[in-house]
Design a protein. Sequence first.
Length: 657
Amino acid sequence: MEEITTEAYDRVLSPGRIGTLDVPNRIVRTAHATVLGGSRGLLNDDLVEYHHNQIKGGAGLSILEIATVHRSSGGGLRAYDDRIVPGYEALMERIEPLGARVFQQLWHGGAQSLHPTRPPWSASAVQPTPTQMTPVPMSHAQIEEIVGAFAAAAARVRAGGLHGVELHFAHGYLVQQFLSPLSNRREDEYGGDLDGRMRFALEIVDAVRSAVPASFPVGVRLSPEAVPGGLTTAENVTIARVLAATGKIDFIDASLGSYFHVEKLIGGMYEPTGYQLPSSERIAAATDLPTIVTGRITSMAEAERVLADGAADFVGMTRAHIADPEVLAKSLAGKPEEVRPCIACDMCRATMETGRIGCTVNARVGREVATAAAAAVPPAASRRVVVVGGGPCGLEAARVAAGRGHEVILIEREEALGGQLRFAGRAPHRERIGAIVRWLEREADRLGVDVRLGRPADLPSLAALDPDLVLLASGSVPRLDGLQWAAAGRPIRLTGGAELISSWQVLGGPEDPQGPALVIDDRGHYEAVATCERLLAWGGKVNFVTGLNSFAPLVEATFEPGPALRRMRPTGRLDVHTRCAVTAIRPGSAVLQHLEGGPEFEVPCERAVLVSRNRSVADLQAPLLEAGITARTIGDALSQRDLKTAIQDGHDAAMAI
């Protein structure tokens, strides 16, 4: 999608209307899980502060994360519990003065509901994913119960003071399980052709509309499944038209994907801007109702283009707001370059598996209460802070420290900033990751950080700067000792002049076609995937070897292994060997063995790349402390983890000064 370059956002700023409700502008924060409500599923201080912080930048409409309508479906907020009403009231007390409109998404997970022993309810006994329990087909009484539960939940939302509801009929959850021919195998009036499969959805709409006033907006979220045999875009067009013809809904939110093709739900950086639009535009055009579209739209210029093209009436920019809640305000102020960029890494989704939402580039997300409290306490005095290392951790530390009024000097031994991201951003389909470095560099310059490139740090040079504090963000370097966790104590034997190289040499160097390559993944993160894809782009064959149980398991939560394999498998030049260790590398071949034993076997190998945990570079802290200089080691220099942790380390270290 071509990006508008003008700074005028006339369409973005124009007021919109959903039903009889006025919406101040065309930007929407669509529903997204945060897990901030905790195990009780009610609105608490963390969740209220998160949404207040996200909305205060000016988004016109915010749709709260899934709220389950019935206790048979775990997850999300509990809209079946009367105790949620006071929580809504507390939320609206904070948000109402901002002028934004707030809707609640109502949901039932159906076969996607998690319970250790109780089987979930669904249209039919179709297992939705390999890890989910086979559901129980719903009886007529259970269908009637859930229809009533949607209506009762909508009434609670209205009682709590919210402005509307969105009924979640998409993404492979209960209602779409009825709509989809992949999951609905019923032979009664709720199955068969599309008319039958729509009956449940129509009954829910009818019940919800009867439970709330005509002035209270009710909308639906729809999505094609993007998989052969699944619910199609054309069927979604029909569903939209039938629902609109009832006169009982006020808007349509068009999305994409289900758990049969899960990575389409939240497209990663490999997806183009507006990747959902080809299907969403057709659904949006099916009726005269107001429509919302989304799909990795990250700037106001892109949103303005969507509206200018007539693709929809409102534009979802959820991840853009997570990365920077001020995306709209900064853009309107003529400062789009100050907007912290979303890099579409999908860690906002993945971090929920550790307990709550987070963001790689914005260290405050999910910690709004704690970080606001820290920010409210200004430094006692301005101090001279020297940051060693210009990677993302050091840059974030320098940015935050300078923003708090400290004098900051950043020293980087290389002639360019970025650290390991200078290599990561050169991998195929990963260019977007470099956007955060460019933003941090601009922010450091704007805030007056004294950046000194090409300056190796040592004790005399640091002491000469007379610092009050040194933050050592000196990062880490590849470890090429040939050790693999699955073969601890038995380094890879290198014979005949064979050697190991690092991913940095592949990703950071020029194109270098050679013979077959070996990528040894001892981490399970994306680094080895990126290395593999770059080598394949050079035309050679690659054997991918890992002692782990699967391909890149540490990025499964961001839905990246599947798309990466779909790009690489068709080349016919990739072989993946899981639960294997490399025992030897010699000229022209490598020797592998399954972890369970058995005979060794050879694969061709002209170049062997080892991707393992890096060695931290932290050799300056002890000398600095011995010299009486206060120093702290942060980021990869402390321990190699990931980009999100590196940025958070830098942020927290600077906030503590």
